[in-house]
Design a protein around this ligand. Structure first.
Ligand code: ZN
Length: 58
């Protein structure tokens, strides 16, 4: 069993990262979970650090 995918939102600009979708432009494959993203990853739109993203329920 696998946990449901989550969505994360940048606090600064509102960019949404959906674990199920990944982000091809960032080299993140479908199903890449937040925990699997490097700590050094930053928001592709505003460069806010990953640590500043909040989990959101859509
Ligand atoms: Zn951002």
């Amino acid at each position: 069993m696998s946990a449901p995918y989550k969505t994360w939102q940048c606090r600064t600009c509102g960019y949404l990262y959906d674990e199920a979708e990944g982000d091809a432009g960032e080299g993140l494959a479908h199903g890449t979970r937040c925990g699997g993203i490097p700590r050094t990853w930053i928001c592709p739109l505003c460069a806010t650090p990953k640590a500043e993203f909040d989990r959101v329920e859509l």
